[in-house]
Write a protein that binds this ligand. Structure first.
Ligand code: NAD
Length: 367
């Protein structure tokens, strides 16, 4: 073999090796609790994902995860060690909300791509700080709003974008559920000393609107496609005496293009079916136990045209990760970018300001 050919063969071998390693995304997962389990299940279905590191305060949780991974991941009780690990390219963060900004910013600064669970942050300034850091670092950040990859939301978006009901003028959403799972990790408020499930505390969760409603808001934003202009809201904790985060809430939100959202939730109405009605100039789409229904003048309760191109065999989280991996490979923003997450979270921030400040919140509050 000539020297040139030998060099070419070596270069090709190196290229092939690089390509095969490029196909494996090396992931470090911080937070091995309830939500982390769903991330783990997605990784286990993706040959292109390799979990190289885990971090949790509780070693036994990492052991449970690692057993499912065949024991190959390095375990860190200090998440700062995980983000320094050279065998990690992507940091996935699934910890209580109050930890999101510190961890996401540190991971971006360490040169990692970041998949951050929703909500992006508990306040607007911190959300923007994460976005700035993502831009500065040149790394890809995605926020875990996987509901956009669920068939129901995909279907509605497809029909609305296809013009079936004309421009969206109003959306009415009522959500009901029972109390939070008692399995959430305990949080001790550093100011009051009170302790309990982290979702009960404003300092740990932000608000119920951020923790729960942000999925609905994410769907609203991708249908309305216009920023928040004005918000009035009312809400309180009326049922669960040990919760700081609200258990009832109602909000009226106007968007810059004139569309409106009428939103409410109740957290002590377990089993009650929610309602989602999307009203356009030409018709209305609504979720029902019979599937997605279309109402138009003179024609009520028709089955909506079926969804096309949706892969129901691939779980939403896997679809989310695949888009994130593609964004990394192409050096572009993810569809679940900081901007997309902030536009959805803004409704929650606005409702919090409206309720606690007893006032009307407008776009100027976010200037
Ligand atoms: N996208 C969704 O549908 C969805 C659903 C549920 C939760 N979430 C989000 O996922 C996040 C986690 O929620 P969860 O339900 O898993 O909570 P959880 O209480 O079940 O688990 C949180 C985990 O984080 C660990 N943790 C806490 N502090 C840590 C630290 N400093 N370092 C390392 N690990 C730490 C805890 O030990 C625990 O294992 C939240 O941001 C929540 O909003 C998203």
């Amino acid at each position: 073999m000539t020297r040139r050919n030998a060099m070419l063969t070596a270069a090709m071998a190196a290229g092939a090796a690089a390509q095969s390693t490029a196909k494996k995304q090396k992931i470090g997962l911080i937070g091995n609790g309830n939500r982390g389990t769903v991330h783990l299940a997605a990784y286990l279905q993706m040959p292109e994902a390799q979990v190289t590191a885990l971090s949790d305060l509780e070693s036994s949780r990492m052991d449970t995860y690692n057993a499912k991974l065949g024991g190959g991941a390095t375990k860190y009780t200090d998440w700062r060690e995980l983000i320094k690990d050279k065998n990690v390219d992507i940091v996935a963060i699934a910890v209580p909300n109050y930890l999101h900004p510190e961890m996401a910013i540190a991971a971006l600064r360490a040169g990692k791509h970041v998949l951050l669970e929703k909500p992006i942050a508990m306040d607007y300034a911190s959300a923007r700080a994460i976005q700035r850091e993502a831009k500065k670092s040149g790394r890809t950040l995605a926020v875990g709003m996987q509901r956009r990859y669920m068939e129901r939301d995909h279907h509605v978006k497809q029909l609305v974008d296809g013009g079936l009901i004309g421009p969206v003028r109003a959306i009415h959403i009522a959500e009901y559920r029972g109390d939070w799972s008692p399995k959430g990790v305990r949080f001790t408020d550093p100011v009051t000393g009170k302790s309990g499930n982290w979702r009960f505390f404003k300092r740990a969760a932000g608000s119920t609107e951020l923790e729960f409603s942000v999925h609905a808001f994410s769907q609203v934003m991708q249908l309305v496609k216009s920023p928040l202009a004005r918000c009035v809201a009312s809400g309180a904790t009326v049922h669960y005496q040990d919760h700081e985060t609200r258990d009832v809430c109602e909000g009226l939100i106007d968007f810059a293009n004139g569309a409106r959202l009428n939103y409410s939730f109740c957290l002590f109405a377990d089993g009650v079916p929610g309602t989602t009605v999307i009203i356009g100039d030409k018709g209305t789409l609504r979720y029902s136990d019979k599937g997605l229904l279309l109402d138009s003048p003179g024609q009520h309760g028709q089955a909506a045209p079926p969804a096309t191109g949706y892969d129901s065999s691939t779980r939403p989280e896997t679809q989310m990760y695949r888009e994130f991996f593609a964004a990394i490979a192409e050096g572009r923003e993810s569809a679940l970018s900081a901007e997309a997450a902030i536009e959805a979270a803004k409704i929650a921030y606005a409702m919090e300001m409206a309720i606690t400040g007893n006032r009307i919140v407008t776009a100027k509050d976010f200037a």
